[in-house]
Structures are given as C-alpha cells and as structure tokens.
Design a binder for this molecule. Structure first.
Ligand code: MG
Ligand code: MG
Ligand code: MG
Length: 307
C-alpha cells in the first residue's frame, strides 16, 4: 500500500517541495512506495520553483480515508482533508506550533522551531545518510528562502541559513539570493488577480477556543501595488467571513522590503485584535512594524484572546 505525503490546504512551496523531498527520502529507505501529493492548486511561486528545477507536480489528493499518510508543514486539523481522522498517519515533519491532529498508532515525528519544514527535511536526510539529488536540493533551497523571506523572518535560524548554503552547493546555484528575489517578484504579482484569489492566496483557518479565525498573508516586494484595491479586498473579506463561518478574518499585506505588515481586519469583536497587538485599528487596519511571520508574530498573540 502506498503512502501519500502532503502538506496543508492551499499548499505553499514548503508543503509541495516537502512532499517531493520526503517522498524521495523515504523511497531510498523503505519498501513501501511514498507518493508526493497536494490538497489544492499550487501558487505562481511554487510553479516557478518546479519549473526552475524540473520538479513534477504532486498528485491532487482531497480525500484520504483508509490511506496511509505522512504530513508536512502543519499539524492543525483544519489544514487537512475533512476525512484525515480516517487515515493512518505514519509521520510528521513540521516547524509550527503543535496542532490538534491525533494519531491512534505510533508515528515518527520531526518538529523543530526553525524557519522551514524543508530545513527539518534536510536534517533528516543528513541523519539518515541519504544524499540529496541536485534538483531536489534546488527546490528545498528555494522553499527555505521563501519561508524565511530570504533570512529576514524572525523564524529564521542559523540552521536554516546553513541548510540553504549547503543545498545551494549541491544545486550548483551561486547567487541564491538573486534567484530568491526573482522568486519573490513572481510571488508579488497581483495584476489581474480577483480579490478572492488574493484573499485565499496563503489563507489558513485556525480553531481558537470556540472561534474560527482565518488569516491570509500576501508577501510582496511592494504592498503599495494594492493601495487602490483595499476596498475591494475588504469587501471580499466580509463575504469570506460569512461563507467560512469565521469570528475574525485577517489579511496581512506583508512588505518584505519595508519589513512589516499592514493588517486588515473583519471581526465580530475587533477589540480582541487590538488587544492582541496593543494597537488601535483605523479604518479596520493597522501597520505592524517588523511583523513578517504569521506563525511567530501573529498567531501566538491572537490565539490567547480566544481562550
Ligand atoms: Mg506552509
Ligand atoms: Mg513552512
Ligand atoms: Mg509562509
């Protein structure tokens, strides 16, 4: 029986590349066949990475009842298939807070508070003594540079920078920062994208107490490109909040050059969000200086307001 490897819904580059890299690693070590999978369409950024290094698009897997699975880049139940409870989870590689996924059988689990799941994957390759193929090394390198926002994110550690340097060597990429900038330019493109596609580009829902909180993040080289579209984005956030049954919907417009995020908020109780950041919302928004990371600088402050 095959094992499907996948990351969270609305897959980012870490989820897609992680699925590919873990599958290759496991296929060197185990008899069972590991198959890279995904829960949805890939982003323009991920497409850039796959094209650059000749990676294959993982297969779409939206139901996993009765299957064996291996998770990467999340342990939060809302981030997985609705029938994830009916799958057997063989392992997890992640770099987020521990979520609410439960297992009924023993599993292997590699979770580290570092910048990217692919950095953890690299450590597992090294621990198991498996050589990383050139193409996979290149993809892993870009996944780490994406998650760490080219080392600027407060989630970035020395382990991540070291991993990127080693992977760049294997991939024979000399100027990895220039390649990463190219990737972020692709990621920043918003022209022609509908408000809904912007609001779901890197959307994640979280169970916080009894409330469901949705947080989307757009990482851009220059967020002023969206100045004219804020009203439209806000109107769609209101619609999404209704449709998804959310208590609060947040959008982070993250400016990777200015190193901060404009937070947009639609909430049943916006005072919770103001309390989380100790800032007043004006026109349902506020600039959060230095905030680049949802997992480290947003979720841990918003979550306590709901418990
Ligand atoms: Mg991710
Ligand atoms: Mg990640
Ligand atoms: Mg991210």
């Amino acid at each position: 029986m095959s094992v499907y490897v996948f990351g969270h819904r609305n897959p980012d580059s870490d989820s897609i590349v992680g699925a590919i890299a873990i599958s290759y690693l496991k296929n060197q070590l185990e008899d069972e066949e590991y198959i890279p999978a995904r829960q949805g369409d890939i982003s323009a950024e991920t497409e850039f990475i796959l094209n650059k290094f000749g990676g294959k698009l993982p297969e779409l897997k939206t139901s996993v009842a009765g299957e064996k699975v291996y998770l990467v880049d999340s342990t939060d139940k809302p981030h997985f298939q609705d029938d994830i409870d009916e799958a057997t989870i063989l392992g997890i590689i992640d770099h987020h807070k521990l979520g609410d996924i439960m297992t009924s059988t023993p599993l292997e689990c590699w979770i580290r508070p570092i910048g990217c799941s692919n950095t953890v994957v690299k450590e597992v390759y090294d621990a198991m003594g498996v050589a990383i193929p050139k193409d996979i090394a290149g993809m892993m390198m870009l996944a780490i540079l994406s998650d760490t926002v080219i080392f600027k994110s407060p989630t970035c550690t020395k382990v991540d920078t070291k991993a990127v340097k080693e992977l760049a060597k294997i991939a024979e990429i000399e100027d990895y920062k220039a390649l990463a900038m190219e990737m972020f330019i692709v990621k920043s493109a918003t022209e022609g994208a509908s408000a809904r596609s912007l609001n779901t580009r890197d959307y994640k829902a979280f169970n916080m107490g009894d409330a469901k909180v949705g947080i989307n993040q757009l990482e851009m080289i220059d967020i002023s490109a969206l100045d004219e579209r804020k009203v439209e984005i806000y109107a769609d956030m209101v619609a999404m909040k209704e449709e998804e049954g959310l208590h609060t919907m947040l959008v982070l417009l993250t400016d990777i050059m200015k190193e901060g995020s404009q937070l947009l908020c639609v909430s049943d109780d916006a005072s919770k969000i103001e309390a989380a950041f100790d800032k007043k919302l004006e026109n349902n928004q506020v600039w959060l200086d230095g905030v680049l990371s949802r997992k480290k600088q947003v979720v841990p402050f918003v979550q306590p307001q709901f418990s």
